[in-house]
Design a protein around this ligand. Structure first.
Ligand code: C5P
Length: 312
């Protein structure tokens, strides 16, 4: 095993969390995945991934911003062995180029874990971009997207960022015009995460919908109208509620406190309130804190894709 000839000693890439403004799930396919009609949006919560060459693959995880504000991020839920998706991303990239180089990957988490915010997918996308830069591999965008799709259904979107229409099992992404900034109040669960496969399996046990292209939402985004409750949707809400009934009261709070819309994020359990603007989002946050919800984040969308923030 030889050490790679680095072009930089280390590279840091920042990757955003995602929300699904709509998530329509069709009947399970023969390969076990579900066909999706979704609109992804990247929001202003980030993980920073720093890579440096090493003789073996290794990963460490820390809080992006240590202190009380990080207590909603349970680092013990992130695997630090070879099954970490960032390590698998690095190995897939080196395999693609026929290389045997390895790296140490440090993940600074600002995205809640197992939350329906695609934090693991963000880490995988960040690792691909960071190693491509560290080793000057010049991987084409098409090849990066193909490697990303093999790693997970949400990983291609983390490479794209902004707002995108997702189809297939979520891995086929087309950029979408979204002219207005949205403000999200983000409520991570304080009673543990939800497993994505378990939520999909629970979906299969309930009423399965047909999924249609979200034309109303795509039009609203392109002309900059407010996102009202009738435009946003998540078919995984009912199964997530069956697995975590306490989410019902959190979702109900959105309407009570005057959110524009309330939405489960991805497969949950994070709950999102949509606000009119940044001031409204901060008001909703204060009201939630008054009600005893101490872990409440505010984030804008759309934001940029996984990108290099530092190299030294
Ligand atoms: O693609 P990803 O690794 O994120 O998927 C995790 C799991 O979520 C899959 O193994 C599958 O159980 C479920 N899933 C699904 N349909 C999708 C995406 C994910 O059933 N479109």
């Amino acid at each position: 095993m030889s050490l790679a000839p680095d072009f930089e000693p280390q590279v840091t890439v920042r990757a955003p969390a995602k929300v699904n403004l709509t998530l329509r799930v069709g009947p399970v396919r023969a390969d076990g995945f579900h066909p999706l009609e979704t609109v992804y949006q990247a929001i202003g919560l980030y993980d920073d991934v720093t890579v440096s060459s090493s003789l073996t693959w290794s990963v460490e995880v820390e809080h992006l911003a240590p202190g009380l504000s990080a207590s909603h991020i349970d680092l013990s839920e992130v695997p630090i062995g070879p099954d970490n998706i960032a390590v698998r991303a690095g190995q897939a990239l080196t395999a693609h180029h026929g290389l045997s180089w390895c790296a140490h990957i440090c993940i600074a988490k600002g995205i809640p874990v197992a939350a329906g915010l695609a934090g693991g997918s963000a880490d995988a996308a960040a690792t691909l971009v960071a190693l491509d830069r560290l080793w000057d591999l010049q991987t084409s965008d098409d090849d990066l997207l193909a490697i990303a799709a093999d790693l997970g259904s949400d990983v291609p979107f983390a490479l794209l960022g902004g707002t995108a229409h997702g189809t297939g099992r979520g891995e086929l992404v087309e950029p979408v015009d979204a002219v207005e900034t949205q403000w999200f109040v983000v409520l991570p669960s304080v009673t543990g995460g939800l497993s994505t496969p378990e939520v999909y399996a629970e979906y299969d046990r309930g009423e399965v919908a047909e999924n249609a292209r979200p034309d109303d939402l795509l039009t609203a985004l392109s002309i900059g109208s407010y996102l009202t409750q009738d435009l946003v949707h998540n078919d995984l809400t009912a199964p997530a509620l069956r697995l975590k009934p306490e989410l019902e009261s959190t979702l109900a709070l959105g309407e009570e406190l005057g959110a524009e819309a309330t939405l489960l994020s991805g497969s949950g359990p994070t709950v999102l309130f949509l606000a009119m603007d940044q001031g409204h989002a901060q008001e909703l946050r204060s009201a939630l804190i008054d009600r005893g919800h101490l872990q409440v984040l505010v984030a804008p969308g759309p934001v940029a894709r996984a990108h290099v923030v530092d190299y030294a």
